[in-house]
Design a protein around this ligand. Structure first.
Ligand code: PLP
Length: 757
């Protein structure tokens, strides 16, 4: 009996070949085991249980037709083949779409039904699929997905590779790398599920389930791969639907379902692999030799019984002699810019992926969106008010780059916010907003805030002065932050609305100033530092000692001002769900502060940090619920404030720019140089911008979608790239106008004068 086994990579993220070989040796001591590989860099080829080696050229260089014939010859000659590599299994399925009695790998129809992220074949199993979004959607929607899932998301490739992308710039960098390497835009973002990882391994022949085991990871490598695990039986509630799935897919070969079990005991299916897992021999040690069962079913020859040594297994690192006919090659060149394991794999898996694409472009072309939904568009749709505000500009007379003020958009946002605050206010609890001047101190925005009943939220006396100049009274000012005494001498003597102390030193200074008659406020309170989420602001409370200091400090606050508590953590940064969680925990802290200080909280300020869509989208219900919660937990609160900055300012301005030059490169890559730069759009690394081109002939606004164009800023700086992976509309020329929307928040206020002569 001759058995070919591939996938012998045996590094930290190993393939299963060596484990399969060990298990087959246990089941069939006399079989001839041939190791198949596509690189002499794979250390598993030196494993001494292999009787022979079949080393081919790397996948990028192989003559696939000729190689396919050789494999067919080996199978026709009576040899069995167990594939230890997903992509090789796919290629074999393309050669033998309906299988071959000796090919112990799944047929194409089966492989097509297990593609990520849906794993349609598993729909009958007691598992759920974590929420995902195809990256064919617009950047605007992708950013919203990340916020919704607290930035605990994975960006995944179609075959291999998954990367956590905790920030927008990490996301865009990994997307760029993965789509280039896998020659596809069909990546997807998937929500992370917290829990313990476990797997089910199966073995099947021609639609009949031969065996299955469960394994829980008990120790993992830094990449999250199994290092130790425990093995147990698959419960009937899982086994029976698994048996049906094997029958429905006419499965042959190994398979692995990788799952996470969450705290509520729900299983989430992360992916299914069309091969045995690398820990396969761990199950053999536990008495379940699945590769041997497979060969037994295909050959009719009985395998040796597998004794159970232990229900737990662990890995060790072993040194083995190198085979004299395959001496070690020199060290590999480092592969710059690699993301993920497969790109570093010595056999050239990414080259194989590209060739599989050529063989059958649809091989794994699953629709990532539900059937019947409209095809996703990478170009974000502009709100009507954006279009109207852009149409009102006279671009002919405009020097670029230039910020444009989106008149009706800005007014509409303030109106909406004012109406909501009014709607949520009741007789005993008033809901108010303070406009964060820091976010964009443009006087048109401050005036809108004044006209719509906002308070002015300032973090310096300079900002207080600006608010007063625009027309705010001191009793409409909320003063915050660690720098509230700067610049010296500008503290208003009139009573302000609220002052929040950022530290105990700040609090003592405020207490002294109030006593000396140098300042006063209707509310004087503290900003508390968010526990568990790192912040440099506010008074900490997360240890008994610091909490004791906070309580003592609050007791020193003047008794003739009402007491208030402020906290601020950007939901745009920590995610929307996490923010609400934090809000509830803050209310509990507030209750303790009230009890221990004897001061009742009359004003609760929940800060800013909202992304515009999250703030304006239908959060009314949520905020109404929050008001109810405050009422229940802190019944003395009379006023609930929030301090939106970018939620108001970001949509209120856009940046107009012109194209200076278009450079066309190989394979459709284009670099377009524009007269704007990261000096005018510094938030480019943190948030997407909805972009349009104004057509030179018709003046129509055309959306800019995704593609192979990079927009290069005018600065002679390596990192001055203000948009990547975009597609300029047909006919775009030098001199054309581009507009980046959503630039009215920190893009505007943190822009700097640079490279202007
Ligand atoms: C900056 C700031 C805000 C506004 O934050 P945005 O992210 O612009 O909404 C609100 N409150 C305080 C105290 C701030 O420092």
């Amino acid at each position: 009996m001759k058995i070919y086994v591939s996938g012998l990579y045996a590094g930290g993220n190993p393939q299963p070949g060596v484990g399969i070989v060990r298990s087959l040796r246990q089941g069939f001591p006399k079989a001839t085991l041939v190791g198949v590989e596509y690189s002499n860099r794979v250390s598993g080829i030196h494993f001494d249980e292999l009787d022979a080696l079949w080393i081919e050229r790397p996948w990028g260089e192989l003559d696939l037709d000729a190689y396919g014939e050789k494999v067919r010859g080996a199978l026709d000659g009576g040899g069995f083949w167990i594939s230890g590599s997903d992509l090789e299994a796919m290629w074999l399925a393309s050669i033998f779409p309906d299988g071959h009695p000796n090919l112990l790998a799944p047929p194409m129809a089966g492989i097509k039904r297990i593609t990520k992220p849906v794993v349609e074949a598993a729909s009958d199993l007691p598992v759920r699929i974590p929420t995902y979004l195809s990256t064919e959607h617009s950047d605007w929607d992708l950013h919203a997905f990340c916020r919704e899932h607290n930035w605990r998301v994975w960006l995944k490739g179609p075959y291999y590779d998954a990367s956590r992308t905790p920030t927008w710039d990490a996301f865009t960098a990994v997307r760029n790398a993965l789509s280039k390497v896998w020659s596809t835009e069909k990546l997807f973002l998937q929500a992370h599920v917290s829990g313990y990882e476990e797997s089910v391994m199966l073995s099947a022949y021609q639609g009949e389930l031969l065996g299955a085991v469960s394994m829980r990871k008990r120790d993992i490598t830094p990449e999250g791969k199994t290092w130790a695990g425990d093995v147990s039986e698959v419960p009937p509630s899982f086994l029976e639907p698994l048996r049906r799935m094997v029958r429905d897919t006419n499965w042959t070969g190994g398979g692995e379902l990788e799952m996470v079990r969450d705290a509520a005991n729900q299983l989430w299916l992360i992916e299914m692999n069309p091969r045995f897992p690398a820990w396969v021999h761990g199950a053999t040690i536990a008495g379940q030799n699945l590769p041997a069962l497979l060969v037994q079913a295909a050959s009719g020859v009985s395998a040796q019984p597998a004794p159970a040594h232990s229900a737990e297994f662990t890995r060790v690192v072993l040194e083995v002699p190198v085979r004299p006919d395959y001496p070690l090659p020199p060290l590999p060149e480092p592969f710059a810019g690699a993301v993920g394991h497969s790109m570093k794999h010595p056999s050239g898996l990414t080259a194989l992926a590209a060739r599989l694409h050529e063989i059958d472009p649809d091989m794994l072309d699953v629709a990532l969106d539900p059937a019947g939904s409209a095809a996703p568009s990478a170009a974000a749709v502009l709100p009507d008010s954006f279009v109207a505000d852009i149409a009102a500009q006279d671009f002919d007379a405009m020097q670029t780059p230039q910020y444009i003020y989106m008149d009706t958009t800005a007014a509409g946002l303030f109106e909406q916010a004012a109406a909501r605050a009014h709607r949520l206010s009741t007789n005993d609890v008033e809901v108010i907003s303070g406009y964060s001047i820091k976010t964009n101190p443009d006087k048109r925005l401050i005036k809108l805030a004044l006209d719509h009943g906002f308070y002015a939220e300032a973090i310096s006396l300079g900002e207080v002065q600006t608010a007063l100049e625009v027309g705010f009274r001191p009793d409409q000012v909320i003063l915050n932050g660690p720098g509230k005494w700067w610049p010296q001498g500008l503290m208003p003597r009139e009573r302000m609305h609220a002052v929040f102390c950022d530290s105990i030193a700040d609090l003592d200074r405020v207490v002294a100033a109030v006593e000396a008659g140098e300042m006063s406020a209707k509310h004087i309170g503290i900003r508390i530092r968010t526990p568990n989420i790192v912040s440099r602001f506010g008074i900490p409370l997360d240890s008994p000692t610091t909490f004791g200091k906070l309580v003592a400090a609050v007791k020193r606050l003047p008794a003739n001002s009402a007491f208030g508590v402020h906290f601020h953590m950007a939901s745009s940064h920590v995610g929307v769900a996490q923010w609400w969680h934090l809000f509830e925990s803050m209310l509990k802290w507030c209750r303790s502060i009230q009890t221990l200080t004897g001061r009742t909280i009359e004003m609760l300020d929940m800060g800013g940090g909202w992304y515009p869509d999250d703030w304006h989208a239908d959060e009314t219900a949520k905020i109404a619920k929050a008001v109810e919660l405050v009422r229940a937990m802190l019944p003395a609160v009379r006023q609930i404030a929030s301090e939106p900055g970018k939620a108001m300012a970001q949509p209120s301005m856009a940046l107009a720019m012109r194209i200076l030059e278009i450079q066309e490169h190989e394979e459709g890559h284009v670099e377009a140089v524009v007269d704007a730069s990261i000096a005018e759009i510094p938030m480019h690394f943190w948030q997407p911008h909805r972009m349009v081109r104004q057509c030179g002939e018709t003046g129509a606004l055309q959306p800019i979608g995704r593609g192979k164009t990079h927009l290069m800023g005018r600065l002679c700086m390596e990192h001055d790239i203000i948009a990547s992976n975009v597609q300029l509309p047909e006919g775009t020329r030098a001199g054309d106008l581009l507009i980046f929307c959503d630039a009215g928040g920190y893009d505007r206020s943190m822009s700097y004068v640079f490279g202007r002569g």
